[in-house]
Each structure stands twice: as C-alpha cells, then as structure tokens.
Design a protein around this ligand. Structure first.
Ligand code: M6R
Length: 615
C-alpha cells in the first residue's frame, strides 16, 4: 500500500523516479510526489490524483539533480490532497520524507512537538515523523558525518507502528537514509548508483542486484556505497540476491488493460504453478518447498487456511478440495479475524497462509500469531521476495508472474490449482488410489486447453455484459467448490464496476436473499454438471418464478440448462475440483467487460490498492 522509489547515482533522478512510480501505481494512486536535491537545495512537487498529474506538473517545471525520493499514496491518515501527498517536509523545510505504513502514536508525538512550538500543515502521521526526524537532526552537531542517519534512528526509537521510509536533508546533500519495520523496502545496487523501493518492480529495469531490508534495518547510502545499521540487537548483514524478474512481464503488450492481459495469461500461469510438481510414476504431486517429511505430512490431522479477499476465496475452494481428496478436516478464517482469535490449534494442525503479494498486513499478522503459538505455517504465495515467503516455515510459490491489476485474477487460479496439488499429495498418502491419482493428473494436465476454450467466449460474455449494463445489483450463487467462486465473482463485479454484488451459498437463497429478486436484479448461478446440479436447478427456478433474470455457468453439452437460464457461460466438462478454475474465468471476464462498458478505471478501481499493508 503506497509505493516508494528513491535514487542516488550519477544520472538525472526525475525520469528514473517517475518510471518507478508508474510501475508502483498499482500500490496506491490517490496522489504522488517527488523531492530532489539539486546541489542548491530541496525542491518538491506533489499532486493529487494519478501520477500523470505529477508528470504534467514536472513537464512544465522539471527538477534536476541525481538524488531524489518519490511516493505514490493510498490515503490512511488525511484526505487525498496535494498537501497531504508525500514527500513530507519538516519544520525547517530542509528535510523530506516518504513513508509507507502507519505511525500509531503520531497524535502523542504531534502534541509533544507542538508543545515545543512546531506548527503542522497537514493531518498526516508522516508529517509528524518528518518533523520528529528534523527535530533530532537540528539538535545534533552540524559537523557529524552521520547526522541524518542518527536523527532517523533516534526518531524511530520513539515511534510505534510500521514504516518503510526514505529521508533526505539538504544539509547532507549526498546521503539518503532508508528504514524498514513492517513495510517492505528493497535496496537496489547498480554500478555507481543505488535505489530504495517498496517493490522490486520499480527498479528491476535498472538493476537485478537487490537486498531486502529486514525489520529494524536502517540503511545509509552515499556516493561511495551503503552501510547498514539496526534498531534491534540483530546486527547480521544484508543478504544480496539476483532477482529473476523480467521488467517486460509487467508491461501491457497489446492488451488494453492489465486485468485482461492477466486473465488471458491463465493458460500459462496455471501451467507454471504445476510445472515440475506432478509425479507421474507415483501418480501424485511433489511439493518440495513444504519442507515436510512424508511422516510429517501423514501426521497432519487438521488444516487451517487463512488469507484476505481473493486469496481467502481461493482458500474456501481449497477447503472443499482438501477435505474431499484427503479427508483432512479444514477450517478457513479471514486473516483479520484469525489474528485476533484465540483459536485452539494443536501441534498437528497445519496453518496455510495464502497471499499473492505476501505483504498483506492481516495475513502476516495471522501467520505471526500462529507461529507465536508454535504452529507450523506454510505459505502459498506469488512474490518470492515477500515478507510472507521469509517468515513461513515453507510453502508453495505460484510462479504466476507479476500481477499488476488491482483485481486479482491469475493469482486466484494458481492458488486453486496449488490446493488441488496439495489435496492430491495428502490424499495419496491416505485414501486415494494410484488410478485416482492418475485421473487427477489427467484433469490437471487438461486445464490449459480448457482455459483456452473458456477464453474464446470473451466476446460472447461481453455481449451478455452489454445486456445487463443497467443493473444496479447482482447476485451470485454457488455451492460446495463453487461457493468460493460465487463470492469471488461478486467481489470481481463490485470492485471494478461498483455495481452492488453479493455471493451466497445457493441454498441460502430461500432463507432471505430471495427478497432481493426482481426483474432488474440478475442472478448468476454456478451450476456445472456435478452432484449439486438438480438442487441448483431447483433454486434457479425459484428465481425465475419471481421474474429474476438468470445467467448460468454450466457444463458444455448441458442441453437442459437452455430451458432454465436467460444467458449461459459454458465451461468444458471437468471434475468438481478443477471446474472452479474454469468457472471463475467466465466471471472474471464478465466483470471485466462490464467495467469497460461502464467506463470504469479497470486496473485501478476507486479506493483500492493492490497490497493492503495496513491493518
Ligand atoms: O496480496 P494478497 O493476495 O494477500 O491480497 C489479498 C487481497 O487484498 C486481494 O486478494 C484483494 O481482495 C483483491 N484486490 C481482489 O481482487
């Protein structure tokens, strides 16, 4: 949530920072800003709205200099305005700060600084931190070489909360200081230049050599290099690694939006999640990253899956998959709830934390809570350099490539296929026969072609979306493995079209939801040919009897469904554990086309951000 890019090197900073901000815009886009030290002093430009507004302002008055910091914001404290945008400047006007995270004790710190006569210009917590660092800087000896570093460290010792930050000061014009606690910050190391950024995507085009700061690290960069300090006792050095990240992967190509590109990438991303993980000889899956022996896996007698948003919905599908394939009881809980709950887990319970970004604050809170109580926590994650990847005992990477659109699509299907692999692995150690394992492998291997078949319906789905464009509200129904898909279909619809949408277990219809049915409220029924088909059709008829329009997601070759639905999205025939991967794609396309028809900002819907790094 919010993006930071900072540069110190021998090139002009402004174009590098703007390019980095563009790549980070998915993290937040309420406002953005830049501050550059040009040898004479500090110059800052901040603009509310998209980064284009900042670019327009800088096109008129470019900033020159080879040291700069920049930020794109998702507002937490204070409205989205020019003045609340980062960088924030201290009372002296010489220090600039960009900050991600939340300073929890900012009111107290603000009061203390006000008592010393300082006057604030904004309502933000970041300005308080800028003032606090500036206050320490001004109290230190002007001859100190490490004055800014010490000022940052002293200020951070007074702070409770989270931060990824970078500070610069015009009295130390060749230095920038970065620090991290709870909000990611990566150091990029290039020849004669260094970067600090909240995400490698911002700097990957310029350097592949990076080091991820750990909590409490403070890094000081000057023209000679960098040095590391820590606010904790832990003094270990930074681990430098080479990133395998193609900047090109994060570009649009011929697609009008990242969301559509990522929907179409699912043929490939599902294969990437499976590659090297099918053991044909043993008719099972192999997931080396779990770091568990076969005996450990056999001893698991309960699984708790946790995550937020789309990742949570994937977990809900995973619950049904694992229970049906492996007969291991599975519980699922929102990470935000689980972290506050005193859940009675025991040593044989495995906790699975699911997150595309690996940086979602509530998911990290849940995994830390589980680990605090001594439970084994595994991650299902896309971002290999994330906090979640570092803090879990093992896990499974999705290898889905960068997901830029705020609306998650390909990460969902990768998560679900990983649950199928996990279900197969645990199942084959318990009840599943070799021939059942082989059938499963065949079903998984059929997915890429089946996904291509679903994607071919994109135009048809667009026509259906056109028909329902005036809807104010939509309902989504599914049961068992399709229940999570109903929730995910509704989430996709509401988050990018702003149409009110609700997902429900199909049979709950008659317990209250049916009161919402009228001729203007379409219902999407997930009713592939599975064990619940007849029951689904019964419920669907109850909607039709009340003149509610019905869109069905059904299995190819189902001729009966034509008699019951106004519109149909077909998916290829598939077992119940892979069918959700196919049905969700129809709903991703439905939401996408509806959003385009309604003229919405598809990749950056209002009020949202890609990674929610605040609680
Ligand atoms: O990065 P994560 O998977 O942890 O993100 C969790 C949710 O914030 C995310 O899935 C969100 O719900 C998506 N924007 C939905 O499309």
């Amino acid at each position: 949530m919010c993006g930071i890019v900072a540069y110190l090197g021998d090139k002009e900073a402004q174009p590098l920072l703007l390019e980095g901000l563009r790549r980070l815009e998915y993290r937040g886009y309420d406002s953005s800003g830049i501050a550059i030290l040009n040898g004479k002093g500090l110059e800052t430009v901040k603009k509310v709205g998209r980064i284009q507004n900042l670019e327009n302002a800088l096109a008129l008055h470019p900033l020159h200099g080879s040291l700069g910091i920049s930020h794109t914001r998702w507002a937490t404290h204070g409205k989205a305005t020019d003045v609340n945008a980062h960088p924030h400047i201290d009372a002296s006007g010489k220090l600039a700060l960009v900050h991600n995270g939340v300073i929890e004790n900012y009111s107290l710190l603000k009061r203390k600084l006000e008592e010393k006569g300082l006057k604030f210009r904004t309502e933000t917590d970041t300005e308080v931190l800028a003032f606090l660092i500036g206050f320490h800087f001004d109290s230190l000896d002007a001859a100190m070489d490490n004055r800014l570093e010490v000022a940052v460290m002293e200020a951070l010792r007074e702070v409770t909360g989270t931060y990824g930050l970078v500070a610069v000061h015009e009295d130390q014009p060749d230095i920038m200081v970065g620090a991290r606690r709870g909000s990611p910050l990566v150091l990029g190391i290039g020849p004669h230049e260094h970067f600090l950024a909240s995400d490698v995507s911002a700097i990957a085009a310029h350097t592949q050599t990076v080091a991820h700061l750990r909590d409490f690290d403070v890094v000081t960069i000057d023209r000679q290099g960098y040095r590391l300090k820590s606010l904790s006792q832990n003094q270990a050095g930074l681990e430098i690694s080479q990133i395998d990240y193609q900047a090109a992967e994060a570009t649009l190509g011929d697609f009008p939006h990242y969301m559509l590109k990522e929907i179409f990438e699912q043929t490939m991303s599902v294969q990437n999640a499976v590659r090297g993980r099918l053991n044909l000889e043993e008719s099972t899956a192999q997931l080396g990253g779990l770091n568990l022996t076969p005996q450990d896996l056999r001893e698991i007698d309960r699984i708790l899956i946790t995550g937020c948003g789309t990742a949570m919905h994937a977990g809900m599908v995973g619950e049904y998959i694992i229970e049906s394939l492996a007969h291991v009881p599975v519980e699922i809980d929102y990470a935000s709830e689980f972290r506050l709950r005193n859940s009675p887990l025991d040593r044989r319970t495995l906790v699975l934390a699911v997150s595309q970004s690996g940086e979602t604050e509530d998911t990290l809170g849940a995994l830390r809570e589980a680990r605090r109580k001594g439970h084994r926590v595994l991650g299902i994650c896309n971002n290999v350099a994330s906090t979640l990847a570092r803090e879990t005992d093992g896990g499974v990477y999705m290898y889905a490539g960068p997901e830029i659109s705020v609306a998650a699509t390909k990460s969902f299907t990768s998560q679900v296929v990983i649950f199928v692999l996990l279900g197969m692995l645990l199942g084959r150690m318990r009840f599943l026969s070799a021939s059942q394992g082989r059938e499963m492998i065949e079903a998984i291997e059929a997915l890429p072609d089946q996904i291509t078949t679903v994607l071919r319906q994109s135009d048809h789905i667009r026509q259906v979306a056109e028909k329902y464009r005036h809807s104010k509200s939509m309902l989504f129904f599914g049961r068992q493995m399709q229940y999570g898909i109903a929730l995910e279909g509704a989430l996709k619809m509401k988050e990018i079209t702003y149409i009110h949408a609700e997902g429900h277990p199909t049979a709950e219809l008659k317990h209250g939801v049916i009161a919402l049915i009228d001729e203007n409220t379409p219902s999407v029924f997930l009713c592939p040919r599975d064990g619940a088909y007849d029951k689904n059709i019964n419920n669907l008829q109850q909607v039709r009897a009340r003149k509610g329009p019905v869109i069905a997601v059904a299995t190819e070759g189902d001729t009966e469904i034509q008699n019951h639905a106004d519109d149909i999205f077909f998916i290829p025939d598939a077992p119940e554990y892979t069918a959700p991967i196919l049905s969700v794609i129809t709903l991703q396309l439905f939401a996408y086309h509806m959003a385009v028809i309604l003229g919405r900002d598809v990749d950056k819907p209002r009020n949202l951000a890609k990674s929610v790094t605040v609680p």
